[in-house]
Design a protein around this ligand. Structure first.
Ligand code: CP3
Length: 343
């Protein structure tokens, strides 16, 4: 059966414009909170294929999105490379021993060895595929090497990125070595996700905006393109979505063999369409906080439909849904996207 979501990623004309939401499987759903309680904590949930599959399917069944996104986290990759990871309540992710030098980097597992440690993710994908309706797509994902490296170098979330930027300008060789090692793992990790059954790949460069436009290609984009090239050579039928958050200054320079460009909420959709709409399908880009109001949601969905005209577009938020959004409002967003775009 053809999946409307996959067709839309390839720019085919579909009966309506499909929609999903970044971070759609998460804390705004009471059903998620119940399963997370059962798992004990967030990382246990990522490590448990049966429960991770269950929360992956929740937004499809409860909210009505057209694609599921694998439940996991971008940080399981550095974790399985050998960096001890904790999610502290109220503080977010923390790595015990951030990378400071080449010795720290060399101590980490690379390539196939690291990718094989992520077997619980591939198992989760297989369980999801047994249960997901044939007409719905499953999106697998990875963090971009740059976004992963920010956590591996800083050891936690950061407002200033001063430690990795110090490395960028004073020891770029080391930063490139880190990025290259992560890129090798990610290529194999995504290949194994595809072999396990995902229908679509999304690469999250959530902290793209931390890099000045003149340096963005060198330290992030070219590694994302390297991953896309590797996957496209082997799996041309699997669409790839790139989501670099907050780089309107780079849109003129975007290149690469991928299918969908994820537009973040700070970039006007009309501007993205003018720059990239002929070459890529565009995904996005409602400001996630509009979900607090049904009227503000409808206004944005109608505006996006007007700009894109139901062509070469996938509805989404311009970043992740927040935990205090009412479920009813999330359902309203999905219904409105289907309503305005139905042919
Ligand atoms: O529906 C989905 O998208 C769920 C799968 C998913 C999670 N994280 C689950 C999660 C995905 C695709 C991610 C990606 C991710 N993780 C990114 C890129 C996407 C983005 O939003 O920019 C980033 C930067 C991370 C790193 C990360 N993981 C942070 C900074 C945090 C803490 C922040 C927070 O919101 O608390 C996490 C934890 C995390 N990942 C949660 C979930 C549901 C919350 C954990 C919990 O308390 O249950």
């Amino acid at each position: 059966m053809s999946k409307i979501f996959v067709d839309a990623c390839f720019g085919k004309d579909t009966q309506y414009t499909p929609v999903w939401m970044m971070r759609q499987a998460g804390r705004y759903l009471p059903e998620y909170m119940e399963v997370r309680k059962e798992a004990g904590n967030f990382l246990n949930l990522c490590h448990n294929p049966k429960l991770a599959a269950e929360v992956t399917l929740q937004p499809v069944n409860i909210v009505g999105v057209d694609a599921a996104i694998l439940f996991s986290d971008i940080l399981v990759v550095p974790n399985e490379m050998g960096m001890k990871l904790d999610f502290l309540v109220g503080e977010g992710p923390v790595f015990e021993k951030p990378i400071k030098n080449e010795v720290d980097l060399d101590a980490l597992l690379g390539g196939e060895e690291a990718a094989l440690k992520l077997t619980y993710v591939y198992k989760t994908i297989k369980i999801i595929k047994e249960q997901l309706a044939d007409d719905k797509a499953l999106i697998g994902f990875t963090g971009a090497p740059w976004t992963l490296a920010t956590y591996m170098i800083e050891g936690e979330g950061t407002k200033t990125y001063n430690i990795c930027k110090k490395m960028m300008y004073s020891n770029p060789e080391l930063l490139h070595k880190i990025l290259a090692k992560v890129t090798e793992v990610v290529k194999l990790y995504m290949e194994k996700q595809i072999e396990a059954g995902i229908d679509v790949v999304q690469i999250f460069d959530s902290w793209a905006a931390a890099i000045e436009p003149a340096k963005y290609n060198e330290f992030s984009w070219k590694y994302m393109v390297e991953i896309a090239d590797y996957l496209k050579a082997k799996y041309p039928h699997v669409p790839i979505i790139m989501f670099p958050k907050g780089i309107p200054g780079f849109l003129d320079e975007v290149y690469g063999n991928f299918d969908v460009f994820g537009v973040d909420w700070s970039t006007p959709m009309g501007y993205a369409k003018e720059k990239l709409g002929d070459r890529y399908v565009l995904q996005g880009n409602m400001e996630p906080c509009r979900l607090y109001s049904k009227e503000a949601t409808t206004e944005c969905v109608e505006a996006l439909q007007k700009i894109m005209g139901g062509k070469r577009h996938i509805f989404n938020l311009g970043h992740g849904i927040l935990p205090d959004v009412p479920v009813e409002n999330a359902k309203h967003f999905i219904r409105e996207c289907h309503r305005v775009s139905k042919k």
